[in-house]
Design a protein around this ligand. Structure first.
Ligand SMILES: Cc1cc2nc3c(=O)[nH]c(=O)nc-3n(C[C@H](O)[C@H](O)[C@H](O)COP(=O)(O)O)c2cc1C
Length: 354
């Protein structure tokens, strides 16, 4: 599988998730079997490029290539500038965000809202491709199936984007109107795959090796992209790769191994965010890791009261140490996520670009 000149080790991708897929998490997923990861979106608004949030999002130190940066915005010239800015900072692939359903990005309708304005969407694609071409940097596009059930225009946008020079298309099988509700559908993704020659990636509700295999077979896509199911379970990429290769499930990871992965992740996480922000932003990753484990909910409540890196690390180490007494391997984890209002608010907040 190639994106432009970049050969990828496999076709299992990590979805960009603002507030989640920072450099430490992307790197962890890549170590545990993901073939490709896209950064959280970086705004096209210049005045925010020096903000702490954006500069952390543009940090790729030590990340396994290719480095892919997602940009978001509503103005073609600004998006072209944002592409060039990120290429200067190490981006080897630029991804355009037409998938995020957040109400506003940079106080304007952006993300999947762009799918409602096809001429503007195409202007943006053309401007970004023109900015990236001199650097030999491929441009990819992530979108939804359409604006609403009545306006599923993914196939039309896919064809236009391909003609404008886009090197890969990712489709999340929901409309913008759906947000994260209902089920992802794969018919529109299959139609996009049939309509274009560039690689197409299927995304949405892929939570298990079986689902991965089904979506690959049903849509004929070149790759699949996984978001929420990787939260707290970054080894899902290795699980899927094993299943696709052998038809067998591999054993759950050793509890001690999971402990070490999480401690290494925390170490990398604190080095990017520092103590104050690091401890707070690590809580969600730890929470996801323990949510379905015996004693996980109580542990999560306790862990949220800890204020230092040292106490957080110690608590995590103690939790997994105690778990490993009775569970050599991680007890089976129920990965269903709870998409309540709080989760939606958090997503909305993370998707704002400042
Ligand atoms: C917390 C969160 C943040 C997200 N941020 C982005 C983003 O910055 N850019 C984007 O294109 N999609 C974003 N998404 C959408 C995901 O990339 C993906 O399309 C969606 O979660 C569906 O895939 P899944 O069912 O595997 O989670 C986000 C999703 C979540 C849950």
């Amino acid at each position: 599988m190639f994106i432009g000149p970049h050969e990828l080790p496999n076709r299992l991708f990590v979805a960009p998730m603002a507030g989640v897929t920072d450099r430490p998490f992307r790197q962890l997923c890549k170590q545990l079997g993901a073939g490709y990861a896209v950064s959280e979106m970086v705004t096209s608004r210049k005045d925010l490029w020096n903000s702490l949030k954006t500069s952390r999002r543009a940090n790729h130190e030590g990340e396994t290539a290719p480095i892919a940066v997602q940009i978001a915005g509503t103005d073609a010239a600004m998006m072209a500038e944002a592409a060039a800015y990120n290429i200067d900072r190490g981006a080897q692939i630029i991804d355009i965000n037409m998938g995020c359903p957040a109400k506003k990005v940079c106080n304007k309708w952006a993300g999947s809202a762009l799918m409602q304005d096809e001429p503007l969407a195409l202007d943006i694609v053309q401007a970004v491709v023109a900015a990236c071409a001199p650097h030999n940097v491929p441009v990819t596009l992530k979108m939804r199936t359409g604006w609403s059930q009545q306006h599923k225009n993914a196939v039309r946008i896919a064809r236009a984007a391909e003609s404008a020079g886009v090197a890969m298309l990712t489709v999340h099988g929901r409309t913008r109107e759906q947000g994260y509700k209902g089920q992802a559908e794969y018919d529109t993704i299959a139609a996009v795959k049939a309509a274009v020659k560039v690689p197409v990636v299927a995304n949405g509700d892929i939570t298990s090796p079986e689902k991965a295999q089904t979506v690959l077979a049903y849509t004929g896509v070149d790759a699949i992209m996984i978001g929420r199911a990787a939260q707290g379970r970054p080894w899902i990429f290795g699980d899927i790769a094993h299943y696709l290769a052998t038809g067998q499930h591999r054993a759950p990871p050793l509890t001690q191994q999971v402990k070490q992965w999480l401690l290494d992740h925390l170490d990398d996480h604190y080095s990017l965010y520092g103590e104050f922000a690091g401890v707070r932003t690590a809580r969600k990753h730890i929470g996801w890791a323990v949510r379905a484990l015996p004693g996980g909910e109580d542990f999560r409540a306790h862990m949220n009261t800890l204020e230092t890196c040292a106490s957080q690390v110690q608590a995590v180490a103690d939790f997994f140490e105690a778990l490993s007494v009775d569970h050599d391997r991680l007890p089976l984890v129920d990965t269903a996520w709870d998409d309540d209002e709080a989760a939606q608010d958090a997503r909305e907040a993370a998707c704002t670009a400042n």
